[in-house]
Design a protein around this ligand. Structure first.
Ligand code: NOJ
Length: 666
């Protein structure tokens, strides 16, 4: 991508119309807004030390024949506001979330055009968005966004390149100047040890942002473009006033636990629009799935068809005996021949293959009290799916299926606007339509190949989880041998900060007969710990049920662990190295702990102060002394002991290892 030149910034701040400064409620962060030579900019300091130097803002618009690139903005007025509210999540990592911020709205005008910039400063970061109030401008094309982040020091950045297909990449770390154009979000570490996380919130009718390096310490914004005839256009968004852009936000904290505890993204999304949410239920589920990725079963009908009535009955029975909420069946419907390379049939979302008896299976599932989770792969044909949405969801409703995993396997999707980036404006509109239509039918969504999450689940909690992550499936077929152990130690600080992910933990058999060089780089305890470390309110235990049956003692942890939390705390961690996460169940007093490490074995000391008063029975699933991910991944030691908050646990994590603990309140 061509790097855009950020105009020269003047050093003298010109405060127009008085005070254009807003601080966080605790006074640590201060944001200054100023207009210099007609160009808006902001800067941010923490306890008086510069974090962001004057950084340009604005949008480049085209209205009719005119491209409005260098509008001369002037401040007309500034309004201040503050909020301190607490709201309850329908599900989540936290039951109650506090939204405490100070707000400054700067109203600007350039010629006859009016634009407001709304800033919010929280104790752990800041956000802003552009608002175009009602005015006679006609159709507007957003050609560019000029928002920049000029860091006072060059940060280290963890990111994936902006063209990473489906966001399924390994996050890599490098000094900012060595990066190119990257997907949002980014995680950064400053040389003074401060952490930052840059992302956007509430993207509903706008392209997703990407971020590019414009100089050693400056990031610019690159909006995902519209496409025409396979080519990327200069056009980024088509809008009409009044409109608002998504929020741009930066979390700024001194520690990683504080970075991960930030709820700025959810606070910037709108409150829940679904009145009765009683039908939205987090659950763990199993699936006819991993065997397809191992090439043992097929999605399409044939000798090795996975989603048969007989297989599904076995999975449903096992799910009901082991307390799972649902079973996903992939390959239940016609149209998969194209997916496996034979032809390119249209998927039907209402026609089961003849060896999958949807009627009797629905009755059986109901008898057992287990849900069938539906699957809608579209092969990137979002336009067809959009046309079929009502019929598909009505069919699900009639058969008692409360959730669907959607899929868009095609790097460029075909929307109602032709071939487009899924993270462009057209793709974003499509996903939004799916969520809203699903809500009408009381259907929850697990969206694979999504646009990057931005916290929309606050408004539509039926959007429960999404992919947009290099998930477990890569360990079945990736030609690079599978994800390194450090990958799951990087995700909590990077992709997972954008919201729940359907990573699909829980492989219990590591040999891969199809691609022998490829495997899960983990011990069995590492796989258990992922149920705590990687949050998803629809959490899939992905292995074959036969493999779970072989390890009943270890499987007990997966049976017990919930997927909806009262509170969550990162106890300790280092990006890419290790993670120690504790979460309290939303429906009991019990706590769960998940600890994982990268290629290095390590010993960790965990003070149990987070438990609070009383006695707890700790069931500890730890790597055995001789465990090691490559040669001895199954060696586990399971121990039960009584503990209190005054105790400290010493835990040894093997290479690629982990530890999972249930603390049951006595
Ligand atoms: C890719 C998804 O990530 C995977 O989970 C799914 O099994 C296949 N597409 C088929 O839809």
């Amino acid at each position: 991508m061509k790097k855009l030149l950020i105009g020269l910034l003047c050093v003298t701040l010109v405060a127009c119309n008085g005070n254009n400064k807003v601080s966080s409620p605790d006074g640590t962060l201060t944001l200054d807004f100023h207009v210099c030579n007609g160009q808006p900019a902001y800067s941010v300091s923490c306890n008086g030390t510069d974090v962001l130097l004057p950084s340009p803002m604005g949008l480049v618009l085209a209205i009719g024949e005119d491209t409005l690139r260098d509008l001369q903005w002037a401040v007309e007025s500034t309004e201040f506001d503050a909020a301190d509210t607490t709201w309850e999540t329908v599900w989540g990592e936290e039951r109650f979330i506090r939204d405490q911020h100070n707000q400054m709205k700067v109203c600007l005008a350039a010629n006859a055009i009016r634009m407001n910039i709304v800033f919010r400063v929280f104790n752990d970061g800041f956000a802003f968005r552009y608002e175009f109030p009602e005015q006679e401008l006609g159709d507007i094309t957003v050609l560019d966004e000029q928002t920049a982040y000029v860091f006072a020091q060059e940060p280290q950045v963890w990111s994936i390149p902006w063209r990473t297909e489906y966001y399924e990449g390994l996050f890599t770390k490098a000094p900012l100047h060595e990066k190119d154009t990257m997907c949002s979000p980014l995680t950064l570490e400053m040389s003074d040890g401060m952490y930052a996380f840059i992302h956007e919130a509430n993207v509903t009718d706008f392209p997703c942002q990407n971020l590019y390096v414009s100089s050693a310490n400056t990031l610019g914004t690159y909006l995902t473009p519209w496409m025409q005839d396979g080519k990327e256009l200069e056009d980024k968004a088509y809008v009409v006033a009044p409109f608002v852009t998504p929020w741009r936000f930066v979390i700024l904290t001194r520690t990683l636990p504080d970075l991960m505890a930030s709820r700025i993204m959810l606070n910037l999304n709108e409150p829940c629009r679904i009145e009765d949410t009683s039908w939205i239920r987090p659950m763990k589920f199993l699936g006819i799935w991993w065997s397809m990725h191992l090439h043992e079963w097929t999605w399409s009908q044939g000798k090795r068809h996975g989603a048969t009535t007989a297989n599904m009955r076995r999975y449903l029975k096992f799910a009901s005996e082991n307390g799972f909420g649902g079973v996903l069946a992939e390959g239940w419907n016609t149209g998969w021949e194209g997916y496996e390379g034979i032809n390119n049939d249209r998927f039907s979302f209402v026609t089961p293959y003849s060896d999958y008896d949807v009627e009797s299976l629905s009755r059986y599932a109901k008898e057992l009290g287990v849900n069938i989770i539906c699957h809608h792969e579209t092969s990137g044909r979002a336009d067809e799916y959009e046309a079929d949405l009502d019929t598909a969801y009505r069919f699900m409703q009639q058969h008692g299926m409360p959730a669907v995993k959607t899929g868009y396997v095609a790097p460029i999707v075909r929307t109602v606007d032709g071939l487009q980036w899924n993270k462009g404006q057209s793709g974003v509109r499509h996903y939004r339509k799916v969520i809203e239509t699903a809500a009408k039918y009381h259907i929850c969504i697990d969206n694979h190949e999504p646009a990057m999450p931005t916290g929309l689940q606050r408004t539509y909690p039926n959007l429960m989880t999404q992919e947009g992550i290099r998930g477990q499936e890569w360990n079945a077929w990736a030609q690079d041998g599978g994800s390194p152990c450090s990958h799951v130690c990087t995700l909590p600080f990077t992709r997972m900060m954008a919201g729940p992910a359907d990573y699909t933990p829980g492989v219990f058999a590591f040999e891969n007969p199809i691609i022998p060089g490829t495997r899960v780089h983990a011990t069995l305890c590492n796989q258990l710990a992922l149920f705590v470390v990687l949050y998803s309110p629809l959490q899939m235990a992905c292995d074959k049920i036969e493999n779970y049956a072989k390890h009943p003692a270890e499987f007990q942890f997966i049976r017990d662990v919930p997927c909806d939390w009262n509170q969550s705390r990162l106890l300790e961690g280092k990006i890419g190295d290790y993670v120690v996460m504790a979460r309290q169940d939303r429906h009991s007093d019990d706590w769960y702990l998940g600890a994982i490490t990268n290629e290095d074995a390590r010993e960790i000391t965990v003070p149990l102060a987070f438990l609070g008063e009383g006695e707890w029975q700790a069931t500890i699933y730890a790597d055995a002394a001789d465990a090691e991910w490559q040669t001895n991944p199954y060696a586990t030691s399971i121990e039960t002991r009584m503990v209190t908050a005054a105790d400290t646990l010493n835990i040894r994590l093997a290479t690629g290892g982990g530890c999972a603990i249930r603390f049951a309140k006595q």
